[in-house]
Design a protein around this ligand. Structure first.
Ligand code: SAH
Length: 409
């Protein structure tokens, strides 16, 4: 195996189990005998050693500022049952959290660093697992990963691989970045778009992993959606950035008087309507509109419309650190527009999924928005990502979702 020797003292973060080696920490690379080329290949398994030749761990080599993502600490080889052991450990956590139930077959099985599998995401939807590789190393291992999922998660019979958007942009990969890794041949293709339902807390959702965003659904809002259900009774609700209607279904089940779902994507709106019809076939109090959030709120305000409860769950406004300033301006703008439309005594659920925007900065942006439109607000809940999106304490960068529930005077 190729060996990576670190500069003196650069082993410290690895000794604290931080799973990344930055390229600037590397002193030398000793290629495996018979290695082709003059550098490790992206995705290759390498052994990392300190400047004094202490073995620190093995991981996947990457081209870029993160040079190695460690899979196993304190060893110079991966055990043969590595994938089965890690996937089994991840599954056990989900089982012990009570997420594997008849009325809940939707959960995240693997959350990258949070499950000690850096660069790997696996979401489970009923009998189908959707696997996403964020590193070439995970791409190279996709078949072993699929075998381990199939052997571990009883409900899974199909495994779809969807890494066309997540693998490093110019990475030279062999093999398809998208397609079935495992498919039950008895199931016709039409099943996925016409009869497929995944259940979250007793609510059925059509998941479009083929064309949908990310792996097809935002499992990370499950607990926050359940909280909306508790607040919804008798309220006029606006679910802005609704995607396939997650928050809307919980609000309807919670007894909302009316629910308006808004998303810029017509495809998402079509799925909202399918999901509402499936769960509440008689509902006459739901409308779904394809529109831009800013334009919709401006138009509704001009028409004098108000709401008791608004949910704002926008896409990440800051995808990188250098975009944070603009993102905060965006959060302030959208929150000001929403707060203006909330009736006195109403509630705002507001979120940011930008990893680069921290809790404090987000809170300040939301408070500035309230001040800007002259409304007094109080925090009722501070929200975050759920248990099946765990944060590795040695890798705090894994924390990304934050939310506030505000009481608007
Ligand atoms: N709340 C959703 C997830 C939201 S993801 C859930 O629980 O599943 C963010 C959504 O914002 C996406 O569906 C995207 O289509 C939508 N979006 C992005 N830009 C938008 C805009 N300018 N106006 C309205 N919706 C937008």
């Amino acid at each position: 195996m190729t060996t990576i020797i670190l500069k003196p003292h650069k082993e410290e973060s690895l000794l604290r189990f931080h799973p990344w080696v930055f390229s600037g920490a590397i002193a030398r690379v000793i290629l495996d005998a018979g290695h082709k080329g003059d550098a490790p290949e992206e995705g290759e398994l390498v052994c990392v050693q300190s400047s004094t030749s202490n073995v620190l761990g093995v991981g996947h080599w990457q081209v870029g500022s993160i040079a190695v993502r460690i899979l196993s600490f304190g060893t110079d080889a991966l055990p043969a049952d590595f994938w089965h052991t890690r996937i089994r450990a991840a599954y056990k956590v989900r089982e012990s959290l009570g997420l594997v139930r008849k009325d809940n077959n939707t959960f995240r099985l693997v959350h990258g660093e949070g499950d000690n599998l850096p660069g790997l995401i696996v979401d489970i939807y009923a009998d189908t697992a959707v696997v996403q590789a964020h590193s070439v190393g995970m791409h190279v291992c996709r078949k072993e990963i699929a075998d381990a999922i199939l052997a571990t998660v009883q409900q899974v019979q199909n495994i779809y691989y969807k890494s066309d958007d997540t693998l490093p942009f110019k990475a030279p990969v062999t093999g398809d970045k998208i397609g079935w890794l495992v498919r039950d041949t008895e199931i016709p293709e039409s099943r996925d778009t016409e009869e497929f339902w995944s259940i979250e807390n007793g609510l059925s959702f059509r998941i479009d992993w083929l064309r949908g965003q990310k792996t097809g659904f935002f499992i990370d809002q499950r607990e926050n959606r359940a909280l909306v259900e508790r607040y919804a009774q008798g309220k006029d609700v606006l679910n802005m950035f609704c995607y396939t209607g997650g928050f809307s279904l919980y609000a309807l089940r919670g007894g909302a008087k009316t629910v308006d779902s808004v998303d810029v994507s017509q495809k998402a709106i079509d799925l909202v309507n399918i999901n509402v019809a499936k769960n509440f076939p008689k509902a006459k109090n739901h409308t779904a509109v394809a529109a831009d959030a800013f334009e919709y709120l401006s138009a509704q305000k001009s028409a004098g419309k108000t709401y008791d409860l608004i949910i704002l769950d926008p896409p990440a406004f800051a995808k990188h650190r250098d975009a944070v300033k603009n993102a905060l301006r965006g959060y302030q703008r959208i929150n000001a527009k929403a707060i203006e439309m909330i009736r006195p005594g109403g509630i705002l659920f507001t979120f940011s999924c930008s990893q680069a925007v921290d809790k404090e900065a987000f809170r300040l942006a939301v408070f500035s928005a309230a001040a800007q439109v002259g409304r007094s607000v109080r925090i009722l809940h501070q929200l975050h990502q759920p248990q099946d999106h765990p944060i590795n304490i040695y890798h705090p960068e894994g924390e990304y979702l934050k939310g506030l529930v505000l009481y608007v005077e």
